[in-house]
Design a protein around this ligand. Structure first.
Ligand code: DC
Length: 663
C-alpha cells in the first residue's frame, strides 16, 4: 500500500506566478545562478507560456532597445528612478547577450528597436521557455487561485484545489492590458492580499479615438511614416504636450501606431476630449519650400482635379479625406484654386488637425500604468519591503515606459534583479527561530464515533494549517469493499487475512477530498454505502487488518505533518501527537445529521432506525479487543452535538496553535 506523499525535499522552494516575460526569465536566471540549489515551480494559467510576449511588436517581438542605460530612463515616464539600479545591473546589452546565448540571433532596426532576426516572436518565447524549463517545473493550465503567508514561515499557493508551501514567492502576473493573453490583474489581488498598495491603474501606450471617427475610418489601415505628431492641449496654439517624428496609422476609431502609443503616455491623466493631435505630413519641408512645391504641382497640372494633384504629395488613400477636411471639393480643378485655398492646403499639410475624443480602454493598452507601489519594493532586489522573500517583478510594478522595447527590458531587468537575490537564498534563508518553527512536525489526531463529523473537521483544519489529511476510515472501508467484491465474509478473520496481500490500496490527495483506489481502481465513490460501512466495521476488528494498515499510517506521519481521523489515532497510530481530539457527539445528534443527509439523497429511513444502527456500530467499535474506539487518556473530549462545523474547527485550531506554540 502506498500514500502519495508530499515531496520531502530539503531544497529551498520558490513559487513563481506567471510564465510571461518576467516569470520565465526569472526562473531561467535563478536556476542558473543558484546552480540547482533551489526548487522552482512556475504556475501558469494558460496552456503555453508567454502569450502576451508572442503578440508584441505585431508578432515580431521588440524585445529591447539598444540604447545606453542613461538614455533608457528618458523613455520611462513612470518611476524611472526606481529602475536605475536594476537596469544598470542588467541593461539592454545584457538582454541582447542573453538571447544570443540562448540561440536567438538579433538585429537592431529603426529607433534602435531590437528584434529577433527571424522576426518571429515565438522564437523569443521558445528560447525563454527552454531557458526556464532547464531548471524549473512549469505547471501549465494551473492558475494560482490564492496566495498568502504560510504558518511557520514562507508562503502558500493554492491552485487546482491544492495548497502548497514555498520558502519564497515571486509575483510576475503582468498588468491589465490584453486580458485575453491572461493578464487579468490577478497579481494586484495577490499583492494586496500580502499587504501591498496598488496605485490607480490606467492604460498606457494605448490608441486614441478621434472625434471624427468616420474620417479616420475612411483611411483605415493607412500607415504614415516619417510624420511629426504633435498633441496639444486645446486647439491650434495650445500647449504642446508631445511632439515627435515617427510612424502612425489610421484605424476605424482614430489613430494608433508607435507614435500614437508614445503620445498617449504624455497625455496621461488629461481629458482627451480637450486635446488635439496635429500631423505634420511633410516635416522635411519648411512652409516656404512646401508652398513652392505646391504651387509648381498645381501649375504643372492646371486641368486636373485637386484630388489627383494631391496624389503626388500624399498617399492616395488620404487625398480625398484630406481635401474635405481642408474644406475643399476634391474634384475642383487645380487652376480654379484661390490663393486662400492654397494657403489652407499648406496649413493642413503641416498641421493636419485631429480633435481627440478619448483613449481606448485599458484592455487595448500595451502596458498598464500604475501598479504595486515602488515605495514598498527594494529597487536592488525587487523584494517586498513588507514581506521577506516575496518578490514583485515586471509589469505589476508601478513603472512604465514608451514603446520601443523599453517595457520588456523593464520586465527582464526586474526579473534578473530578483533572480540574483533569490539565488542567494539557500545560504541563510531562514533565521534560526524561523527554522525551528518550520522544522516543527505537527501531528493532530481526531477520533470519535462514526457520524461525528471527523472528516469534515479534519479537512478544514488540514487546509488551514497546511497539513496532510489522512482519512483512515477510508482504508478500512477499502478493505471491506475489496472483501465484499471477492465474495469473502468480512467477519471471517482467516479468509480476510489470507486476501490482504492482494489488495493494492492507494490514497491520494484529490481536489476536495482524498481519493482511495484498490488495485488501481478509484473506489472513493463506492465505499460510502451501508454495506461497505458494515463490512468495514467487521474487518476493522481483525488484528491482521489493523497491523496491515498500521505501518503505512505511521510511516506517513513520520514523513509529513498530518491530521488523521479514525478510531485509534490518539491511542495507537499517533500516541505522540500533541493534539488529540475525541468527538463525543451523542448517537441521537449524529443519527439526526445522518437522517438529514439521507433525506437529501432521497433515502427513506427513520431517525430511530439510524440511532439503533449507530449504537450497534459504536458498541462493536468500542468493545472489540484490538484497538477499541476509546479516547486516549490525554485526549480532549469535545462534545460537538450543539456546535456547527466551523465552531468545532475553530476550537480545534485554537488547541493546535496552543499546543504547537504557533502563535
Ligand atoms: O470513519 P469511517 O466510518 O469511515 O470508518 C469505517 C470503519 O472503519 C468504522 O467501522 C470504524 C473503522 N475504523 C477503525 O476501526 N479505525 C480507524 N482508525 C478508522 C476507522
Amino acid at each position: 500500500m502506498t500514500f502519495t506523499q508530499k515531496t520531502n525535499e530539503s531544497r529551498p522552494s520558490v513559487a513563481v506566478i506567471g510564465a510571461g516575460a518576467a516569470g520565465l526569465l526569472f526562473a531561467g536566471a535563478c536556476a542558473e545562478l543558484s546552480g540547482g540549489k533551489l526548487r522552482l515551480t512556475v504556475y501558469e494559467k494558460n496552456r503555453q507560456p508567454g502569450r502576451k510576449l508572442a503578440i508584441t511588436g505585431k508578432g515580431r517581438c521588440n524585445l529591447t532597445n539598444a540604447c545606453p542605460p542613461e538614455e533608457f530612463f528618458r523613455h520611462v515616464p513612470g518611476n524611472p528612478r526606481f529602475l536605475y539600479s536594476a537596469v544598470n545591473a542588467f541593461p539592454p546589452a545584457e538582454t541582447m547577450a542573453l538571447f544570443e546565448r540562448l540561440g536567438v540571433p538579433l538585429e537592431i532596426q529603426r529607433g534602435r528597436r531590437v528584434f529577433p532576426q527571424s522576426e518571429r516572436a515565438y522564437d523569443v518565447v521558445d528560447a525563454l521557455r527552454a531557458y526556464a524549463e532547464r531548471g524549473a517545473e512549469i505547471r501549465y493550465s494551473t492558475p494560482a487561485e490564492r496566495v498568502g503567508r504560510a504558518e511557520g514561515g514562507g508562503y502558500f499557493v493554492e491552485a487546482a484545489g491544492k495548497r502548497e508551501r514555498f520558502d519564497a514567492l515571486v509575483l510576475a502576473c503582468g498588468g491589465l492590458s490584453y486580458p485575453l493573453t491572461g493578464s487579468t490583474g490577478d497579481g494586484y489581488r495577490f499583492a494586496r492580499a500580502l499587504g501591498h498598495t496598488v496605485t490607480p491603474l490606467s492604460p498606457s501606450l494605448v490608441p486614441m479615438e478621434a472625434k471624427d471617427k468616420a474620417m479616420c475610418a475612411s483611411m483605415m489601415g493607412l500607415t504614415l511614416k516619417n510624420v511629426v505628431l504633435t498633441v496639444r492641449d486645446g486647439e491650434n496654439g495650445g500647449k504642446v504636450l508631445f511632439s515627435e517624428q515617427g510612424e502612425m496609422l489610421f484605424t476605424h476609431f482614430g489613430i494608433s501606431g508607435p507614435l500614437v502609443l508614445t503620445a498617449s503616455a504624455a497625455a496621461r491623466g488629461r481629458d482627451l476630449s480637450r486635446l488635439t493631435a496635429e500631423i505634420d505630413l511633410k516635416p522635411a519641408l519648411d512652409e516656404k519650400t512646401l508652398d513652392a512645391r505646391l504651387l509648381s504641382e498645381l501649375s504643372a497640372q492646371p486641368n486636373r482635379d485637386l484630388k489627383s494633384v494631391l496624389g503626388s504629395l500624399l498617399p492616395s488613400k488620404m487625398t480625398e479625406p484630406f481635401a474635405r477636411a481642408a474644406g475643399l471639393d476634391p474634384r475642383k480643378k487645380a487652376n480654379a484654386l484661390t490663393r486662400a485655398e492654397r494657403a489652407r492646403l499648406l496649413s493642413f499639410l503641416k498641421r493636419f488637425p485631429l480633435p481627440l475624443a478619448r483613449l481606448r480602454p485599458i484592455e487595448e493598452a500595451t502596458v498598464t500604468a500604475g501598479g504595486v507601489s515602488v515605495k514598498e519594493i527594494d529597487p536592488k532586489t525587487m523584494e517586498s519591503r513588507l514581506s521577506p522573500r516575496l518578490y514583485l517583478i515586471g509589469e505589476m510594478i508601478d513603472c512604465d515606459a514608451h514603446t520601443g522595447g523599453y517595457n520588456l527590458q523593464i520586465a527582464f531587468s526586474t526579473a534578473e534583479a530578483a533572480a540574483r537575490a533569490a539565488a542567494a537564498l539557500p545560504e541563510g534563508l531562514y533565521t534560526e527561530g524561523e527554522k525551528r518553527k518550520m522544522k516543527r512536525h505537527i501531528l493532530v489526531a481526531i477520533d470519535g464515533p462514526s457520524g461525528a463529523g471527523k472528516s469534515s473537521l479534519a479537512k478544514i483544519v488540514a487546509q488551514k494549517l497546511d497539513l496532510l489529511y489522512i482519512d483512515t476510515g477510508a482504508l478500512y472501508r477499502a478493505v471491506g469493499y475489496f472483501m465484499l467484491r471477492r465474495g469473502v465474509d468480512p467477519a471471517d478473520a482467516d479468509a480476510v487475512t489470507a486476501l490482504l496481500p492482494e489488495i493494492g490500496i492507494r490514497l491520494s490527495a484529490g481536489k476536495d477530498a482524498m481519493r482511495v483506489s484498490v488495485g488501481g481502481e478509484d473506489v472513493s465513490d463506492r465505499i460510502r454505502t451501508p454495506e461497505v460501512s458494515a463490512a468495514a466495521s467487521k474487518v476493522s476488528a481483525i488484528p491482521a487488518v489493523r497491523a496491515f494498515l498500521l505501518e503505512t499510517q505511521k510511516e506517513t506521519a513520520q514523513k509529513n505533518s498530518v491530521i488523521m481521523d479514525g478510531r485509534d489515532i490518539g491511542t495507537v497510530i499517533l500516541p505522540e501527537a500533541k493534539t488529540k481530539i475525541f468527538l463525543t457527539a451523542s448517537a441521537e445528534a449524529r443519527a439526526k445529521r445522518r437522517w438529514l443527509q439521507l433525506k437529501e439523497q432521497g433515502v427513506e429511513t427513520t431517525v430511530e432506525e439510524l440511532i439503533e444502527q449507530q449504537k450497534e456500530r459504536d458498541r462493536r467499535d468500542r468493545e472489540r479487543e484490538t484497538a477499541p474506539a476509546v479516547p486516549a487518556p490525554d485526549a480532549v473530549l469535545l462534545d460537538n452535538s450543539g456546535l456547527t462545523l466551523e465552531e468545532t474547527a475553530e476550537e480545534v485550531l485554537r488547541l493546535v496553535r496552543k499546543n504547537e506554540a504557533l502563535g
